[in-house]
Design a protein around this ligand. Structure first.
Ligand SMILES: NC(=O)c1ccc[n+]([C@@H]2O[C@H](COP(=O)([O-])OP(=O)(O)OC[C@H]3O[C@@H](n4cnc5c(N)ncnc54)[C@H](OP(=O)(O)O)[C@@H]3O)[C@@H](O)[C@H]2O)c1
Length: 272
C-alpha cells in the first residue's frame, strides 16, 4: 500500500474528518482517490461543494476504498460498526480517529485479521501544524503504520506511541489546543483589565504565544530555562509567577489533564 495510490474513505466526515480530507487534498492526494460519508444530506452537499469529493453511503465506501478512516463521535461508533463491520473485507485498513476507543473495540466488530490503526490528531491540522500520534492495533504491520504516517505527515508532526499511551495523548495533544485558547482568552481579558484596547491585547498575546511556541520548538531548551530567561530577580515576571503558583495553576493543569484522560476512558466504556 502506498500513499495516493489507493482510495481513502473518511467515514463520518465532521470536523476532524473534514480536516483530514482537506489535508490530504492539500498534500496532493487525488480527489478521485477520496470518498466521504455523512449522516445528513446537507452535510454531504457541503463537502462536495467545498472539496469536489464524492460522498457515498457507508457500504459503498467500504466496498470501494482500501482505507477506511473512521471519524464519527465515539458514542456513534458502535452503531456504525453494526452497519459496516460484517461487510468489511479483512484486507482493508481501518484507521480510527475516535478519542478513547481502543483498537480492540474495532477488532471485536470487524472480521478476524482486519488491521486497525489508532490515530489521535488535533485541530491545528487545519494549518498543517497538527500533532498526530499513531498506534498499531491488532494485525497492523509496519507498512500499515507507515501508510498512516504518510497520510498524516502533511498535516503536521507525527509520532508513534504504544496504544496504552493513547488516552494520555488524547488529554495532552488531542484536547491541548483548547487549553492554550483558554489561556490566551484569559490573558486578553487581563490586558483589558489593565486598560488596553481588546484588539491591542489580542495582538500582543497572540504574537507572544507564537513567539514562545517557536522558541520552544526551535531552541531545544527546557521550558524552565526559557522561563528563567524572562524572570529577573525582584522583577515583574516573578511577581506574576507568585500569583500563578498561589492560585494553583500548575496543580489545576495536572488535575485537568487527568480528568481528560479519565473522560477518554469513560467514553470508551460507554461506547461498548
Ligand atoms: N474535535 C477535535 O478536536 C478532535 C480531536 C481529536 C479527535 N477527535 C475525534 O474525532 C472524532 C470526530 O469528532 P468531531 O469533532 O469531528 O465530531 P463531528 O463534527 O460530530 O463529526 C462526526 C461526523 O460523523 C457523522 N456520523 C455519525 N454517525 C454516522 C454514520 N453512522 N454514518 C455516517 N456519518 C455519521 C456525524 O453526522 P451528524 O452531523 O449528523 O452528527 C458528524 O458529521 C471523534 O471520535 C473525536 O473523539 C476530535
Amino acid at each position: 500500500m502506498s500513499a495516493g495510490v489507493h482510495t481513502v474513505a473518511v467515514i463520518g466526515a465532521g470536523k476532524i474528518g473534514e480536516l483530514m480530507l482537506s489535508g490530504l487534498l492539500r498534500s496532493g492526494w487525488p480527489v478521485d482517490k477520496l470518498l466521504a460519508t455523512a449522516r445528513r444530506p446537507a452535510r454531504a452537499e457541503e463537502l462536495t461543494a467545498r472539496y469536489g469529493v464524492r460522498v457515498v453511503d457507508n457500504l459503498t465506501a467500504v466496498d470501494e476504498a482500501a482505507v477506511l478512516a473512521i471519524s464519527v463521535k465515539p458514542q456513534d461508533a458502535a452503531a456504525l460498526l453494526d452497519e459496516i463491520g460484517p461487510k468489511v473485507p479483512a484486507d482493508k485498513l481501518v484507521i480510527s480517529l475516535c478519542a478513547g476507543l481502543p483498537t480492540s473495540f474495532f477488532s471485536r466488530r470487524l472480521p478476524d485479521g482486519t488491521p486497525v490503526v489508532r490515530v489521535m490528531t488535533n485541530t491545528p491540522a487545519l494549518v498543517d501544524e497538527a500533532m498526530t500520534a499513531i498506534s498499531a492495533g491488532a494485525h497492523a504491520t509496519g507498512a500499515h503504520l507507515a501508510l498512516a504516517e504518510e497520510m498524516f505527515k502533511p498535516l503536521g508532526q507525527t509520532i508513534r506511541v504504544p496504544e496504552s499511551q493513547q488516552d494520555a495523548v488524547t488529554a495532552l495533544s488531542g484536547s491541548g489546543p483548547a487549553y492554550f485558547y483558554l489561556l490566551v482568552e484569559a490573558m486578553i481579558d487581563a490586558g483589558i483589565l489593565l486598560g488596553l484596547p481588546r484588539q491591542v491585547a489580542h495582538e500582543l498575546i497572540v504574537q507572544t504565544a507564537i513567539g514562545s511556541a517557536v522558541m520552544l520548538r526551535d531552541s531545544g531548551e527546557h521550558p524552565v530555562k526559557l522561563r528563567e530567561a524572562v524572570t529577573s530577580p525582584a522583577g515583574t515576571t516573578i511577581s506574576a509567577i507568585r500569583e500563578l503558583e498561589k492560585h494553583g495553576v500548575r496543580a489545576a493543569l495536572l488535575a485537568a489533564l487527568e480528568a481528560a484522560r479519565d473522560r477518554a476512558r469513560e467514553l470508551a466504556a460507554q461506547a461498548d
